[in-house]
Design a binder for this molecule. Structure first.
Ligand code: SGN
Ligand code: CA
Length: 541
């Protein structure tokens, strides 16, 4: 090799090194950029929060300025629905993007299989830092999260236990503020800050038994709540609804739900002991603040106990006060998280969603609780903000479901959506890029025989109509024209004027069950599993 050849080799080697270094630098930059531009996701979910109790929805019951901020700076969904209106199943659908009969968590009783895929696992694999904080109601160590700190089961309002990465410990204070503090602490000190993050920040409130935080004991003191027009519903034409055990008047316990825990124990109710247990979790300071507020109300109730219709109205008022008070603390927490994101320049690149695991009755049909496919519990609040893509003041009227969260988040994170996910991404819908969307949704409910006595049913809702089939110890169909009868008081299934609508809806329901892989056989299997788990036999009912 002569000198010139050696020079050429050195020169080529030099060029090669420069090019590869250049490429490497460029590649690193692209990866970094990608990492940094992937949006963060803060998914806020509360438990049993009725859309009627968010001021952005305009029902004038309460004031939720922080939750409203999400809608004002982003989008409000007027038709957000769940697929199965009960806690644990709703969360399983949210995580997996699959209907209950596919993910297996059909009711609050049967176990959830954490080994199956969920969107947090997918995001984790793609480089996200993930955390789950608060209520999840799915037994077992959560999978898909670098950090989890969750309430066991339903959780407690005062001095709650939490399970931090599998280890149980008790916190002192009020559950809503504690959940917020844990979430803020994770955001501030626990996550790796150079990575995009997913935070599931899930409140227990406003779940029963609606125990407010001290600072809100006097909120609504002077406000008189008017019950909905169908508060004294007679359930005509709706035999499943008539069998309910979720009436504010009939079923709310004066002591347990409405807090009339008199010290001389004269008010002997069915669930008095259960509430005593909750009260006993409080320390002496918490108890004396509680008593200072409730004792005068108890005294006045005992001195002048209302009866009949007056009692029904008194119960409604008491129910609304405490239910809405617990929401005020949830709203405060949302404000703290939004402020944190703003103060840390995270607003632009963070998707924020506010929703509930389902809707809730605030006296409609005379009820509290959920479960039915009727609007108030089938629907759920949904507000969303992402300044990069969603215009402030956006209103979405298409029917989205909790089934759609998983694919939507994966879409934003640019992760391939697994083929077996049943929901659809609403990213383009909410940004206004496309208005193409489904025109019908499917619903199932399984937890019967069970608490509140809501019979098993499934059904379909289109923009205008709803068809429901109640089964098991009843075989009953209901059809509603939601345009003419938004409160679903008039079952028109046997109305001759709707014969064609009825036929079309039946046909569409069959198609829908095929589309989502549901069938009578699966329904029967779920029923058998449930009865086995509860040690029940069909003939007992
Ligand atoms: C508890 C409540 C019920 C409620 C279920 C399910 N009773 O059992 O009123 O329907 O949870 O709620 S309580 O006396 O224990 O409060 S869910 O949101 O978890 O599905
Ligand atoms: Ca719930």
């Amino acid at each position: 090799m002569n000198l010139n050849q050696i020079k050429t080799i050195f020169f080529l080697a030099f060029i090669f090194i420069v090019i590869s270094c250049g490429n490497k630098t460029e590649k690193d930059t692209t990866q970094n950029k990608e990492k940094k531009t992937k949006p963060n996701i803060v998914f806020i979910m509360s438990d049993d929060h009725a859309y009627q109790a968010i001021s952005a929805y305009g029902h004038n019951l309460n004031n939720t300025p922080n939750i409203d901020r999400i809608a004002n700076e982003g989008a409000i969904f007027n038709r957000g629905f769940v697929t199965n209106s009960i806690c644990a199943p709703s969360r399983a659908v949210m995580l997996t993007g699959k209907h209950s009969h596919i993910n297996g968590k059909v009711d609050n009783i049967l176990p959830y299989n954490w080994n199956q895929d969920n969107f947090a696992k997918q995001l984790q694999k793609s480089g996200y830092q993930t955390a789950l904080i608060g209520k999840i109601h799915l037994h077992g160590l959560p999978q898909g999260f670098h950090y989890s700190n969750v309430l066991p089961g339903q959780g407690q309002y005062y001095n709650p236990d939490f399970i931090e990465n599998g280890e149980k410990k008790r916190y002192k204070g009020y559950v809503t503020s504690i959940t917020t503090d844990i979430a803020l602490e994770w955001l501030d000190t626990k996550r790796e800050k150079d990575k995009p993050f997913l935070l599931l920040y899930h409140q227990k409130a406003p779940h029963r038994t609606w125990m407010p935080e001290k600072k809100y004991f006097n909120l609504f003191k002077d406000k008189k709540f008017t019950p909905p027009t169908n508060y004294f519903d007679d359930y005509k034409g709706r035999p499943a609804a008539a069998k309910h055990e979720m009436g504010i008047f009939k079923d709310l316990d004066i002591v347990y739900d409405l807090k009339m825990l008199d010290k001389n124990k004269e008010l002997k109710t069915r669930y008095r002991k259960a509430f005593q247990k909750q009260y006993d979790r409080m320390d002496s300071m918490q108890k004396s603040a509680w008593d200072e507020h409730y004792n005068p109300i108890i005294a006045s109730f005992k001195k002048n106990t209302p009866v009949g219709k007056d009692l029904a109205l008194w119960k409604f008022q008491r129910y609304m006060e405490d239910y809405l008070r617990t929401i005020q603390s949830v709203d405060d927490g949302v404000g703290q998280v939004l402020d944190y994101l703003e103060e840390n320049n995270l607003t632009e690149n963070t998707i924020i969603v506010y929703t509930s695991d389902q809707g809730f009755y605030l006296g409609e049909h005379g009820w509290f609780d959920k479960r039915f496919m009727y609007e108030e519990s089938f629907r759920t609040p949904l507000l969303m903000k992402y300044p990069k893509e969603i215009k402030p003041g956006t209103v979405v009227n298409k029917m989205v479901q909790n089934l759609d969260f998983a694919p939507t988040f994966l879409d934003y994170a640019e992760v391939d959506i697994p083929k077996d996910i049943q929901g659809e991404s609403f990213r383009k819908l909410v940004s206004g890029e496309s208005s193409e969307w489904r025109d019908a949704i499917y619903y199932t409910y399984y937890e019967f025989p069970g608490e509140h006595h809501v019979k098993r049913h499934y059904g379909i809702r289109t923009d205008r109509y709803k068809l429901i089939h109640f089964y098991y110890d009843i075989n009953h169909w209901e059809l509603y024209d939601l345009e003419k009868d938004p409160s679903e008081m008039n079952n028109i299934y046997d109305n001759i004027a709707y014969i064609e609508v009825k036929e079309t809806m039946h046909k569409r329901l069959i198609e829908m069950r095929e589309k989502y892989g549901d069938s009578d056989k699966l329904t029967q299997k779920n029923l058998d599993n449930y009865l086995n788990a509860k040690g029940l036999k069909k003939k007992q009912f």
